[in-house]
Design a protein around this ligand. Structure first.
Ligand code: BDR
Ligand code: CA
Length: 307
């Protein structure tokens, strides 16, 4: 089994990503670490604990950073709901997080599984940046850091920036410049493969399992928001696509290995992932990017999780 740490700002799409990882027989989730992002840290933690309970798994879960490195906290509750999970009054759990802070536990797990451990980051990169600031040499002990983030063509929070990178761009810059082996799954890939229309959602809910019902019902606020704000009768679930690609390569259609530079400055450009297609930026960091993915294969993996 491949060992993983999942670092998450657990909301409506992170929740399904966690289900996919916990339920796949080839994946050993050593810990879940929470970070502020979609909603405040107390709520992202509660949401993660709720999902582990619903999956009947006892995965150690640790609280991480409650603020971004330099910037004031801004959430995406307008997309995911005040509880991050569609405000459908589902999130009840007596589970409590484990003792210890994420940024102390992540290094411990990396060292115990040196060279083998993978990270799946599906929120702002604040925790991982803190870990690498403290112990930069850990970058080389991580096999692959799968990152849901960034955009090659179109963003979701500005025309060019995706939320996870935008929220804490200084953290993203630290992680990208650390030398850690990154596989980025961008918003472009999510738009192509992980945009579920109402029929897709109904098909999933008709699987009629507890997890299928939760997975669909927690999309309520996002569904509403995407219709009102964007005129779309669909929801994009980016994080489960990143999880699917971390699990295996069956969803990948197009990847490139290329230099990337994170932009921190500017209103529109904050959080932009500039892709150096023509090798014009000598200081860009080389990463693998999956920017095109198969919806058919993704739905297949989703169903296998939710059934
Ligand atoms: C990312 O931002 C969050 O709102 C989602 O959970 C996902 O991680 C998509 O841009
Ligand atoms: Ca997320």
């Amino acid at each position: 089994m491949r060992p993983f740490i999942i670092d998450t700002d657990t909301a409506s799409d992170d929740a399904i990503a966690i289900m996919m990882m916990l339920k796949h027989e080839s994946i050993d989730v050593k810990a879940i670490t929470t970070v502020a992002g979609n909603v405040e840290i107390e709520q992202t933690t509660k949401n993660a604990l709720f999902i582990t309970e619903q999956c009947n798994k006892d995965v150690p879960t640790y609280i991480g950073m409650k603020d971004y490195l330099l910037r004031p906290f801004e959430s995406a509750s307008f997309v995911h709901g005040n509880d991050g999970m569609g405000d459908v009054d589902l999130i009840h759990t007596n589970r409590k997080p484990n003792e210890g802070h994420a940024i102390d536990i992540i290094p411990k797990i990396i060292k115990e599984n040196a060279g083998e451990i993978n990270l799946l980051t599906i929120g702002p990169l604040t925790n991982i940046a803190m870990v690498l600031l403290k112990e930069p040499e850990l970058a080389k002990l991580v096999k692959t850091c799968y990152v849901m983030g960034g955009a090659c063509s179109v963003g979701n929070i500005t025309p060019v920036s995706e939320f996870n990178v935008w929220a804490d761009p200084e953290a993203a810059k630290i992680v990208f410049e650390s030398g850690i082996n990154i596989h980025l799954i961008t918003w472009d890939a999510a738009l192509e493969a992980a945009s579920l229309d109402y029929q897709d959602l109904e098909n999933l809910r008709n699987l009629d399992t507890n997890l299928a019902k939760i997975a669909v019902d927690i999309q309520a606020v996002k569904k509403e928001w995407n219709w009102k704000e964007n005129g779309k009768k669909s929801v994009e679930i980016a994080d489960p696509l990143a999880a699917a690609i971390a699990i295996n390569d069956t969803c990948i259609k197009k990847s490139i290995t290329v230099g990337v530079k994170i932009i921190c400055e500017g209103d529109i450009n904050r959080g932009q992932t500039v892709i150096d297609y023509n090798n014009q930026l000598p200081d860009a960091n080389t990463v693998k990017i999956t920017y095109s993915a198969s919806k058919e294969n993704f739905i297949k993996m989703l169903k296998e999780t939710l059934i």
